[in-house]
Design a protein around this ligand. Structure first.
Ligand SMILES: Nc1ncnc2c1ncn2[C@@H]1O[C@H](COP(=O)(O)OP(=O)(O)O)[C@@H](O)[C@H]1O
Ligand SMILES: [Mg+2]
Length: 214
């Protein structure tokens, strides 16, 4: 079997709207990129260079103005279910406990959604295990505002992984953290990836981070 690309960008351009397109004003131009199954890559660049735009294209939140994007052999035509995302702000819902925040994707994404009520205990067990691996055992019933920034970020990585996505997209997830916490999370992420080998695309402007992880 030939090793096919897991993410395949072919001459991808994006203008954010028709007006910008008419002015030939593109947010990203002619991206050609192939990522192999299970690969961990980092995208590095200054603010405004198109990193987040690249992420939106990869998950199908934006369609390219020109070119083609394949993920897992399929053309991307809309938001992907096989990916999990985490951002600079942890974006946990303040009225939900850590456990309920982590369970959220299973309440939304099929096939989990249909049997969420019957399987809630099983899913909660999975969430507890995941929280344990990132050092959040014992914090399941705390609310986001009762956690430190680093803990919130760990919880949001668990939320991104709970539905066992084939691809994890991280958009500057450690940017707002202090250096000690950041490096601790690097190791946690490395260990999770070593164990599960999901594809990771990490956006960062921290060169050390990209060198360490990718
Ligand atoms: N919703 C949008 N509408 C119009 N232009 C946008 C939008 N989002 C981003 N852009 C533009 O696209 C370019 C790339 O932005 P972005 O992908 O957010 O960069 P980065 O994540 O690398 O900081 C910038 O010039 C930005 O102004
Ligand atoms: Mg960005």
């Amino acid at each position: 079997m030939t090793q096919e690309s897991f993410v395949d960008f072919q001459n991808v351009w994006l203008a954010y709207n028709d007006e910008l397109l008419a002015q030939n004003h593109f947010a990203v131009e002619d991206i050609n990129l192939q990522v192999k199954q299970g690969e961990f890559i980092a995208i590095v660049g200054p603010s405004g260079c198109g990193k987040s735009t690249f992420m939106k294209l990869t998950t199908g939140l934006k369609m390219p103005s020109k070119g083609r994007i394949l993920v897992d052999g399929q053309p991307v035509t809309g938001p992907l279910k096989i990916s999990g995302m985490a951002f600079q702000a942890s974006s946990l819902l303040p009225w939900r406990t850590t456990l309920d925040n982590v369970l959220l994707p299973l309440e939304i994404v099929e096939p989990y959604r249909s049997n969420f009520k019957q399987k809630r205990e099983e899913y909660a067990e999975r969430a507890r295990k995941l929280l344990n691996t990132v050092g959040l055992g014992g914090y399941e019933d705390k609310f986001p505002w009762q956690l430190s920034g680093g803990m919130q970020q760990r919880a949001s990585i668990c939320r991104a992984l709970i539905h066992e996505p084939k691809m994890l997209l991280l958009d500057e997830p450690f940017g707002a953290l202090d250096a000690f916490t950041r490096e601790e999370l690097w190791c946690i992420l490395r260990d999770l990836w070593t164990e599960q080998k999901f594809n990771v695309i990490l956006v960062t402007h921290d060169l050390r981070e990209s060198v360490f992880l990718a």
